[in-house]
Design a protein around this ligand. Sequence first.
Ligand code: 13P
Ligand code: SF4
Length: 355
Amino acid sequence: MHRPLLHPDAPPSPSKIECEAERLFRALLHVDCEPGRTWDYEACHRIAPLTLEINRLKKEKDAVILTHSYVEPEIIYGVGDFKGDSYFLSLQAREAKAKVIVFAGVVFMGETAKILSPGATVVVPDRGSGCSLADSLTGDQLRKLKAAYPDAAVVCYINSTAEVKAESDVCVTSGNAYDIVARLPQRRILFVPDRLMGENLRIELKRRGVDKEIITSDGTCIVHDVFDAKSVAEARVRFPGLKVVAHPECTPEVAAAADFVGSTGAMMKYVKQTAAPYFLMLTECGLVGRLQVEAPEKHFIGGCRLCPYMKLNSLEKIHEALAAPRPDQIILLDEGLRHRALRSIERMFELTPKT
Ligand code: 13P
Ligand code: SF4
């Protein structure tokens, strides 16, 4: 939390900084910044010159900042324009009219934004912000799998590279995968790159009475694949009335042990609408941060995990990417590849049930 002070050419006045520090403090006061410690006014005062400068630059550059719910809350509530899950942020990227899109998330999300908004300059704060799922499968590997299952519909989870999207019939997110796969005419589905989500999909479709054969590749999310059902059972003994909330990237055993399984957006909605003494969030800790801001009356018992890729985002790097992006921060895609990847994402929008 000890950040260097920013010294822009014309530094904001002390009263402007105080005003910004108060705004940040009001948003962040219930959020853990370290285990057992929440944000204090001093920490907010320290980052206020930077959030002021980023928000000023956004106007100057005609930029919009999209923030996934897993990034640090000072980014989401300090400088973000839109916050949410992968599906919601894809919609925002498609609708964006801004000249610059800063994607505070991971690289595949920035690529998706570029696929949907080719006219905008899309930047990511840190090019190293990969994803164990997206990085588990190349376009070449998918081409080989397709050759082995030529009759299968190819469904890619959005946590995949642009190349994999370009090889797929339809893209899905954690929020619409069941509905989209159920609607596809093919019985055989090649689902990539998340093996565990594929297994959860198989189980859920069977439960809904939908007859599909799901073949998967072997990727997993390094954040979600380590939660275990035994710890869930132990937590239920220690915290009577506990509600357990899991992401579909968890194992089927964990999904079966949870009270609710859904996308990060659906998990937030569930917690806000559910009365329970405690919640165990089997997902990335950023989501707990968002809930501490938006549902401060709820109690969380820990157990969440950090995504090392999402945590590469910072206010300082967002500032760099906005002020003068380095070439590695700018997402560029071959136009032919972009067009082919766009088809699978557009198909997702067509097949997602309208709520
Ligand atoms: P959501 O689409 O549910 O936000 O998931 C993104 C992600 O990376 C989960 O690990
Ligand atoms: Fe990828 Fe998992 Fe991180 Fe999500 S939480 S970005 S799936 S590594």
